[in-house]
Design a protein around this ligand. Structure first.
Ligand SMILES: [Zn+2]
Length: 394
């Protein structure tokens, strides 16, 4: 599976992956997913919001045990992202199915491998679009109208990728099939590096959000305009970035200004507009809000909230059961958002497994996981799926 995925969307110069949602590259990834499902005789369904599902067992027939045990992740990436963020969860899900079948396991409940659409939100600015639409926390009209950097709407992008955007929105039929969701993901930090365990279990996800700052000024000549006469919005950007850092340090949050657009974006012109995006995450909502307020005050602007993800604590009994099943795996908090967080917030019993990342780096080509640790992840996932699905023979 890795051999097939390795070249898809890889940028030669950076070595990173450019797998934005609803692009030609995304289509290739979707075809790969469909091919893996077909190769295993798993029925493929694509829900109203473009999420792909591969089924082992009939999704609509609750066998003895009830609704499906779902596992998977996403295949899209941030610009120049790593190979593992997302695909590790999907590859491991298929590999875990192979493992269970090789072991002769006959699940009493259906098993589904899922690939959620547009998890990173790299193209249209809102993360976890597939799971947010599925659970009804993202308004379908807003989603359809989101625009990428070239001005294309999400609706147009979906249409040109062959998905009809007319039926986006909360999907109770699909939700009703999900009994529980287990997402395996590469670790995005270094908590496991110093532990004797290759696999950890997620405790919860910090509350986090994205805000846009529109800083307006007046375009003018870089040589002939006296400093005193300038209305230069980059000065307010500088204040905002420094305030984000200071405020984050004060409350134990993390804050990032990782995307900036400058107009007219010319070396010899005072800018007329700076648009900057702020990402803030902390252990509690009040800390996040304090950082955003400090940034707004420093920039003399009102930050526009583009997305908000409340704190998620994964299902306690499922989390403890999974940790015990894995022989007392370490339980870790995370500041990264995941589809698992969206489903957990919607009331689906959800758990996450993290596979050790020796660099701790993510959203970069330096992201890594050792083969041995990835295989330990498959073992762990297979054990969890076996436990959650039960066996018809026993
Ligand atoms: Zn991810």
């Amino acid at each position: 599976m890795w051999d097939d995925l390795r070249p898809v969307g890889r940028h030669e110069a950076t070595g990173g992956y450019r797998r934005s949602a609803w692009t030609g590259t995304d289509r290739t990834l979707r075809e790969w997913f469909a091919g893996e499902a077909a190769a295993r005789g798993m029925d493929l369904t694509v829900d109203r919001n473009g999420n792909q599902w591969a089924w082992w067992g009939d999704p609509d027939r609750s066998e003895r045990g009830g609704r499906a045990v779902v596992t998977g992740s996403h295949l899209d990436s941030v610009p120049d992202g790593g190979a593992f963020d997302g695909p590790l969860g999907v590859v491991s899900a298929f590999a875990a199915v192979d493992r269970l079948r090789a072991d002769g396991h006959e699940p009493a409940r259906p098993v589904a491998v899922v690939s959620f659409a547009d998890e990173e939100g790299a193209r249209f600015g809102v993360p976890c679009v597939g799971s947010r639409l599925l659970t009804g926390v993202l308004d379908p009209d807003r989603a359809r109208g989101l625009r990428d950097a070239d001005g294309a709407t999400m609706a147009d992008a979906m249409r040109s990728a062959g998905h009809d955007p007319a039926h986006l929105g909360r999907d109770d039929d699909t939700l009703a099939r999900i009994g529980s969701y287990v997402e395996l993901h590469v670790e995005q930090g270094r908590a496991l590096v110093d532990q004797p365990a290759a696999v950890g279990v997620g405790h919860g996800i910090w509350p986090h959000g994205r805000w846009r700052l529109d800083l307006r000024g007046e375009a003018n000549h870089a040589g002939t305009t006296r400093l005193a006469d300038r209305d230069d919005p980059t000065l307010r950007l500088a204040s905002a970035v420094l305030a984000a850092r200071t405020a984050a340090e004060q409350v134990g949050a993390v804050a990032t200004v990782g995307k900036v657009e400058v107009a007219p974006n010319s070396t010899n012109a005072v800018p007329s507009l700076v648009r900057a995006w702020l990402d803030v995450r902390a252990a509690d909502e009040a800390s996040v809000r304090a950082v955003v307020a400090a940034v707004g005050a420093a920039a003399a602007a009102d930050p526009a909230e583009e997305s908000w993800s409340p704190e998620v604590v994964f299902d306690e009994s499922l989390r403890d059961a999974v940790a015990a099943l894995l022989g007392g795996a370490p339980v870790l908090p995370t500041a990264a958002g995941h589809d698992a967080g969206i489903l957990a917030a919607a009331g689906v019993p959800t758990a996450m497994l993290f596979v050790r990342n020796p660099t701790g780096v993510s959203h970069s080509p330096a992201e890594h996981a050792e083969r041995e640790d990835c295989l330990a992840g498959v073992d762990a996932l297979a054990a969890v799926l076996a436990d959650l699905t039960g066996d018809r023979q026993r």
